[in-house]
Ligand binder design. Structure first.
Ligand code: URA
Length: 205
């Protein structure tokens, strides 16, 4: 209603935004998730990495990229000479979306409405951090950062300039590498992702 403020609308700092996001009801994903998984890293980070959404382990830990995709991501960042602790790592969508299957929770891709709803938080993070560069890890992050769907596998390695001046580097999601069964193909994709991270390192200056 006009004149009424949602509790999250007066977040004046990144820490306040993080606290407000804990009770986010901007879409329905909060209902089944354990908790909001907000971004992590220093407010003066030069680069912000954006994934899709927390996975099973992130949902439980309350931290982004701590599961299998996160471990691969960490290893490749280290090889590329990027210190994760000096970057800010977040997701386009901040609640885990899944389908229960027996005792397991199977990742389910967030839809465009959920991505749009959660852009509120991503915009807050980017607004407080004001990074030199944002890195879109995969299609969902690209949608959130570019505001439209783009063919990531064709455009990977490219840097877009948004109207607000933010540079957005496009690449695939590390879980794409984990899903490849054939070892030679997996290693080839790992090498391509490492090359992308080295390019990010150069853009960071
Ligand atoms: N995949 C993501 O996109 N984000 C995470 O935090 C973990 C896995």
């Amino acid at each position: 209603m006009a004149g009424e403020m949602a509790p999250d609308e007066d977040a004046a700092t990144l820490a306040e935004a993080r606290a407000a996001a804990k009770t986010c009801r901007r879409c329905t994903l909060w209902r089944d998730a354990t908790q909001t998984v907000f971004g992590e890293g220093p407010q003066d980070a030069e680069v912000v990495f954006v994934g899709e959404q927390p996975g099973d382990q992130e949902d439980i830990a309350g931290k982004p990229f701590v599961g299998p995709a996160g471990k691969l991501f960490d290893a490749i960042l280290e090889e590329a000479g990027i210190e994760r602790d000096k970057t800010y790592v977040t997701n386009a969508v901040k609640h885990f979306k899944f389908e229960p299957r027996g005792k397991r929770r199977i990742h389910s891709k967030p839809n465009a409405g959920e991505v749009r709803a959660c852009r509120w938080w991503l915009d807050k993070e980017l607004g407080f951090i004001r990074p030199k560069l944002a890195v879109a890890l995969g299609a969902t992050a690209t949608l959130a950062l570019a505001g439209k769907a783009l063919p990531v596998t064709r455009m990977r390695g490219q840097t877009l300039a948004r109207e607000d001046g933010l540079k957005v580097f496009l690449t695939v999601h590390p879980s794409f590498i984990l899903r490849i069964r054939e070892e030679a193909d997996k290693q080839a994709e790992r090498a391509r992702f490492l090359a992308d991270m080295r390019a990010v390192r150069k853009l960071m200056g």
